[in-house]
Design a protein around this ligand. Sequence first.
Ligand SMILES: [Fe+2]
Ligand SMILES: [Fe+2]
Length: 245
Amino acid sequence: MRYGVISDIHSNLEALDAVMALFKKERIQSILCLGDIVGYGPNPNECVDRISGLKKVQSTAGSHDYASVGLKDMTWFNDMAVRALTWTKRKLTEKSRAFLMRLPRLVDGSAFTLAHGSPRDPIDEYLLSSLQFLDNLPYFRTPVSFIGHTHVPAVFYTDSLGVIQNKPLPEGRAVSFDPEGKTIVNVGSVGQPRDGDPRACAVIYDSEKRQVKMVRCAYDIESVQKKMRQASLPLYLIERLGYGR
Ligand SMILES: [Fe+2]
Ligand SMILES: [Fe+2]
């Protein structure tokens, strides 16, 4: 099966549509979504509709999804995130709210595990270090776990010498993982990348070949920024889309 794995769409419809168009060309059969569908950007309901309207999709909740429907305290977020979340909360339709509230914290599949932050702490943990990777190993049983939340694409695994590897995911090059080992793949962010590349980020996962490949898509950033300005969303959030930081 060829899966398209996405995370941190953050109400950025143009970025999401660009990724979906690429997935169509890549003959993707099913979508795995790791949450933060909303927050920061100008099109929360449209992004929820895109995801909820997919025929084959499995999705977990993200920190912003839960905060926007009152399932997570906003005191955890910085001022700009709170301003965008307050705006999002007002805009969400009943249908979008109901969808976000039903999203699970973790998808514990037979071949893969899905979590927004980490298998250990699905909503909140920013998994960045090799030590955190090690600490997370007892919390999933599958050869691969997909995560997001940091907005930076990366791969964590233990190599044949027993050394933990923590590497950025290369663009466009398939990375194989050990079916006997455990690998964590951070798929980066569709709608607000923070690895210095402003293009939308996603991962293609081939479950038969046991490979993942990071892909990037250019999209109309200026049109998203224009909508954010019209909605009076924080300037910093508007500008960072252009830098991918
Ligand atoms: Fe996020
Ligand atoms: Fe998040």
